[in-house]
Design a protein around this ligand. Sequence first.
Ligand code: IMP
Length: 195
Amino acid sequence: MPNKLLVATSNKGKLREFKKVLGGIVEIVSPTELSLSPKEIKEGTNYAKNALAKAKAYQDRFDGMICGEDSGLEVDVLGGKPGPLSARYGGEDTSHPEKCRMLLKELEDVPLYERTARFRATIALIDGEEVKTFEGVLEGWVGFEPRGTEGFGYDPIFIPRGFSQSNAELGLVIKNRISHRAKAIRKLAEYLKSR
Ligand code: IMP
């Protein structure tokens, strides 16, 4: 395996997903394994720009391919919010269970058929002089109460289309097969195999 890919994340769950799909194609390394800390970046409201900024934060210290990922939950009745601001919804210091509660409160009077939502993930890959982006989407709806214990973030209140259980009830084996991030990573895998 001649190529190394630095996945610019400190999220162990995300790193595991990348390693699972790309492990046989490139050697995956993480900032933690290389003892690299990121330069401070300012995230905005555009997934692709945020993902690229995350990758660029290591560019001067890593000689190889680097990818960053940015994702969020888009709720239709809220005009696509919280979207790229999902991690900061309700304030950076608010826990995810609290963010889930706040979102459920915002949707208190919204009926089932108007609770449609999706997770979106964008990966930006720096490959030499080139930048490539890969996107994945998981359609579904926001439930009426948090359910399940697996996963992270908004998983307890997100029910993927075609299922009756939340992401957090479905568990990681199913989630890693259907998730927005898994879809984007599989597209990245196709690119890496073809280059
Ligand atoms: P990021 O790590 O800056 O990309 O922030 C992504 C945010 O979107 C997370 O903190 C969660 O709030 C939400 N999010 C993204 N992907 C997922 C997922 O698979 N499950 C639950 N929440 C997610």
